[in-house]
Design a protein around this ligand. Structure first.
Ligand SMILES: Nc1ncnc2c1ncn2[C@@H]1O[C@H](COP(=O)(O)OP(=O)(O)OP(=O)(O)O)[C@@H](O)[C@H]1O
Length: 347
């Protein structure tokens, strides 16, 4: 049974005489142990969709099942209990400045049945879990952004939730700290079998830890799939844009095209882009096309990522040879399951 099942969820807001449709008839299924990335630009409806999971946002229509239970049917007491099963972390941490780290993490345990001793023990182990064992007595102002987010994560996990919603939790952090927090989320996902819904506008974050991805635009999920599917066979223009930004491919291509303006391709040259997935790396292939067809390659950009243990790469290169040699080389590349696109032909 899926942990989260949103079906045909609509969320509309009334503002003066205007109706804003924030989520349009959207469905989403999250399985236990998933790290489900939801990517989209600001205003796409990501937060609104995800806030329906714990009814922080009640859908205008549609159903929300958590572990098979329709949460619209819960009493307010049951809903409060249910919400303990869903932790949340945010971009701006939302810590209480006047409380210590210990005090912040203790907040969600206020009404728990644990003894004082057990609560203290729980907080201590949460602090250890997020790597802040020595910071219990600090106030938020004494912590870095990354440390504050660690406190927020510990607080979100205080009631041992099965689900963690991360709403742009790394958006205010520098790249190194972002990576550390993402590593921590992945570790918690594995160690605690925590299901994570990760909202972000950065494909980079999703690429690092998610196993599934949904791309949202104007209240709708326009594309969804496994991380590998989305990265290797993106269909929507927006998905491609997010991926190309995450791999710096667009920036590199821009530079290559600028270079070609000053030094255009010769008649015996072609600019090509190669995409490969799996162990079939394209680089050795480029050496063999020289040996086999006497086609020389000049690699201008190369990027390889390991996504869920699978290498995925892009190469932008100039091929140099006679038209026949280049044709034979390209057909050999394609025969090796490398996707090839001609970006520009020499004149
Ligand atoms: N409480 C509200 N009242 C009116 N409109 C709202 C409300 N909450 C969200 N919206 C609108 O719904 C749309 C989706 O907003 P939402 O915050 O879900 O997008 P998002 O993709 O999460 O973007 P961001 O990351 O900027 O929050 C926007 O047009 C927003 O203005």
């Amino acid at each position: 049974m899926p942990v989260i099942e949103l079906s045909k969820v609509n969320v509309t807001f009334q503002q003066k005489n205007q109706t804003i449709v924030a989520v349009k008839e959207e469905s989403l299924t999250v399985e236990r142990g998933d790290i489900y990335g939801i990517v989209g630009y600001s205003g796409a409806g990501k937060s609104t969709l995800v806030r329906t999971i714990n009814f922080l946002q009640k859908p205008s229509s549609g159903t929300v099942l958590i572990n098979g239970t329709n949460i619209a049917n819960l009493s307010s007491v049951e809903l409060r209990e249910q919400r303990k099963n869903i932790g949340m972390i945010f971009q701006h941490f939302n810590l209480m400045d006047e409380l210590t780290v210990f005090g912040n993490i203790a907040l969600p345990l206020k009404h728990s049945n644990l003894t004082k001793e057990a609560k203290n023990q729980k907080i201590k182990s949460l602090l250890e879990l997020v790597g802040l064992a020595d910071r219990a007595d600090n106030y938020p102002a004494q912590l870095s952004g990354g440390q504050k987010q660690r406190v927020a994560i510990a607080r979100a996990l205080a009631n041992d939730p099965e689900i963690l919603i991360s709403d742009e939790a790394t958006s205010a952090l520098d790249p190194r700290t972002t990576n550390q927090i993402l590593d921590l989320l992945k570790e918690l996902n594995e160690k605690l079998n925590l299901t994570i819904v990760l909202i972000t506008h950065e494909m980079q974050a999703i690429k690092k830890i998610a196993n599934k991805v949904a791309v949202m635009e104007a209240g709708a999920i326009i594309e969804r799939g496994s991380l590998l599917e989305i990265f290797t066979q993106p269909k929507a223009r927006l998905t491609k844009d997010f991926i190309n930004t995450a791999t710096n491919r667009d920036e590199a291509l821009q530079k290559v095209l600028e270079l070609l303006e000053t030094k255009p391709l010769n008649a015996d040259e072609e600019l090509v882009e190669l995409h490969y997935v799996g162990s079939e790396t394209a680089q050795p292939l480029l050496s063999t096309i020289y040996a086999d067809f006497k086609v020389m390659t000049n690699i201008l950009y190369s990027n390889m990522e390991i996504l869920r243990q699978t290498p995925v790469g892009t190469i932008i290169a100039i091929l140099n040879g006679t038209p026949e040699q280049i044709r034979a080389a390209k057909s050999s590349i394609v025969d090796h399951n490398v996707q090839l696109t001609v970006l520009e032909e020499g004149k």
